[in-house]
Ligand binder design. Structure first.
Ligand code: ZN
Length: 248
């Protein structure tokens, strides 16, 4: 049986509480990677998630592409969101258990494009390393996700401090002006989960590598969240959090 880690990006939206309630009812733990600007707008929703045992991760202040920013601005994006998260845990009266980060678009700041193109060279490599070191200095770490995909290791994703993903649900394509891979409806989103191309980031049905599943807290696709979770459950995954040491 495969393990799966559920991550939800771009929170909080007006739908966050509904997601928290649904996941709680199904006893599925999750990490909400939140934007600082949205946390400022909806602090109570994040506090609700915290009090219900969910983890609030850092997804930058306002979701820029880090490769297009100065290093200073990259640092500021992470630091600012980190401080907001700190305050929310304080307000919730809950000790912040851990510092986890996912960069917007998975952009590690080193100019490289997503996924298979994540080759960092020269200046790009220096920037990527500098950003990794910065988030580490703030107390961030990536738990041992145990992902065994060859492509994951080739890209060095097992070494990085930020969270990447093994499967992107891509429900946001359904409201994109130019949807990729023919993902134009909920049905297409669900059908794609049955595809079997582990070497192309669609390995939900193969092997035994744990999956890091990426969904989103967008209002446009709020109605898809339930069916997406049902589909994932139908595959028999064990949803869990990776092992981690509590932050001091
Ligand atoms: Zn995002």
């Amino acid at each position: 049986m495969k393990r799966a880690y559920l991550t939800i990006d771009d929170s909080p939206s007006a739908d966050m509480r509904t997601k928290v309630d649904l996941l709680r009812a199904k006893e599925i733990p999750a990490v909400f990677f939140c934007r600082g600007d949205l946390l400022e707008q909806r602090p109570d929703d994040a506090i609700y998630a915290i009090k219900n045992g969910f983890i609030i991760g850092n997804h930058s202040y306002d979701h820029p592409r880090f490769s297009e920013l100065s290093m200073e601005d990259c640092f500021e994006q992470v630091r600012r969101c980190d401080e907001i998260i700190d305050r929310l845990y304080q307000r919730a009266g809950v000790k912040r258990p851990v510092r986890w980060v996912r960069f917007p678009y998975g952009d590690k700041g080193g100019f490289a494009k997503m996924r298979l193109f994540q080759k960092f060279e020269g200046e790009g490599k220096r920037r990527k390393v500098e950003l990794q070191e910065y988030v580490w200095s703030l107390g961030y770490s990536c738990p041992d996700l145990g992902v065994t995909y060859e492509h994951w290791r080739k890209l060095g994703l097992d070494q990085d401090i930020d969270w990447y993903w093994t499967y992107d649900v891509m429900e946001y394509m359904t409201f994109s002006a130019e949807p990729l891979f023919g993902i134009t409806s909920l049905q297409k989103v669900l059908e794609r989960m049955d595809e079997d191309h582990p070497e192309e980031w669609r390995g939900l049905n193969s092997g035994d590598s744990p999956e890091v599943i990426l969904t989103h807290d967008h209002e446009q696709t709020a109605h898809m969240f339930g069916p997406i979770i049902e589909k994932l459950l139908s595959k028999g995954f064990t949803f869990t959090l990776p092992p981690f040491e509590e932050a001091k």
